[in-house]
Design a protein around this ligand. Sequence first.
Ligand code: SAM
Length: 243
Amino acid sequence: THFGYQTVEKGSKESMVAGVFHSVAKQYDIMNDLMSFGIHRLWKRFTIDASGVRPGNKVLDLAGGTGDLTAKFSQLVGKDGKVILADINSSMLNVGRDKLRDRGLVQNIEYVQANAEHLPFEENTFDIVTIAFGLRNVTNKDNALRSIFRVLKPGGRLLVLEFSKPEHEILNKAYDFYSFNILPKMGELVAKDGESYQYLAESIRMHPDQETLKTMMNDAGFEQTTYHNLTGGIVALHKGYKF
Ligand code: SAM
């Protein structure tokens, strides 16, 4: 395959993920709506509400892609706040920047190309860091969690919105079938790229479940770590504080 993801070792995950997101960037938003039947909008709304964001806050929307969370945060932090949309992938950042500028969202947003594992920000910078459907794609998740912990202010919090493990076996089976049989076909049909959506299904199955991710966050230094299952655990929102 042009990504070679079936055979490659961990070391090349980064270039494979880069290939996926360069390839899907332009169709990313429409595919999100189709694949999730629009439900990703509710998951994101839940994340914003759980963040406790306030006017004047400084927010990092990490792996922010096409900027759905950034757009909402930008309105909520107001003119005294700031939102940084950071992503490793220039194609995703470009699509995000164009979309938000078209909506007239300009005054308090900055765009930064960065790897979650090595964030180019000073210690104690952000009130809130979000990473939505991003952690799964990061090669070394522990490094990313530590890097996020470093840039949060004391009292600041991390919200991880990510695919997780469905709570019931029947839902788990149905979801597996959907991911491996239907998703790649939809990707082929709409985005002309079945392989990227095959990767998506694989990466969801490989991702740590709710309790494992909670432990990883605790190991990185987060406290009062909790999670909330959404849509039967297909997605979970984890939240942890730096004190
Ligand atoms: N947060 C957006 C959303 O919820 O719609 C985009 C999610 S998209 C599925 C995953 C994003 O993670 C892509 O834009 C990809 O480029 C980015 N990404 C992957 N690995 C990354 C890394 N190591 N550091 C920063 N961003 C990364």
